[in-house]
Design a protein around this ligand. Structure first.
Ligand code: K1U
Ligand code: ZN
Length: 172
């Protein structure tokens, strides 16, 4: 098991459309395990492979609370196949630390994906899990939550991001 380095905006890997996974092998299982460890350590409720520099369609999600048993969902080649309703909730991103903004998303989603053996599965998600699924699938398409902001809010983000970067580099 290993903790992986989380790439930050504006790393170009975060803007790439990730490649479909075709090999369901030990290397994929190891990457999923390392990503889960990295997500729990951050802490976060999700992580996509491009965030650790790997441009492949793999995500891990766990929206169970601190007091609950872990419920790790590993999704390979996930896609939203149905959506319902609308939510507008504040989001953060491990690749855009210290910045938070509200984003409009579907309130409920149905996601088709493959598990680590390549078996096709479907999951239905609502609440935080639905937001996490959409946030992580966006990462696989090279989209960050700040890309959903209005032009005005995005320009405010870019100004604020310069200050956040200065703050982060002081901490190092
Ligand atoms: O992909 C990422 O950057 C992880 C990100 C995903 C996310 C899912 C749902 C809403 C917003 C963001 C995070 O996990 S940010 C951290 C976070 O939201 C959180 C951390 C601990 C407890 C609860 C939430
Ligand atoms: Zn993110």
């Amino acid at each position: 098991m290993a903790l992986l380095e989380i790439r930050h905006y504006p790393d170009p890997v975060l803007k790439q459309k990730a490649q479909a996974v075709t090999a369901f092998d030990d290397e994929l299982r190891q990457l999923a395990e390392d990503m889960a460890e990295t997500m729990y350590a951050a802490p976060g409720v999700g992580l996509a492979a491009p965030q650790v520099g790997v441009s492949q369609r793999l995500t891990v999600i766990d929206c169970s609370g601190k007091e609950e048993e872990a419920q790790l969902l590993v999704m390979v080649n996930p896609e939203v196949i149905a959506e319902e309703g609308e939510s507008y909730e504040e989001e953060g991103c491990l690749s855009v630390p210290e910045y938070y903004a509200s984003v409009t998303r579907a309130a409920k989603v149905q996601v088709r994906f493959q598990d680590l053996t390549g078996t096709e599965r479907i999951v239905e998600a609502e609440g935080l899990a639905a937001i996490a699924c959409q946030h992580e699938i966006d990462h696989l398409d090279g989209i960050l939550f700040v890309d959903h902001l209005s032009p005005l809010k995005r320009s405010m983000f870019r100004k604020k991001w310069k200050k956040i970067q200065e703050h982060l580099s002081e901490q190092m």
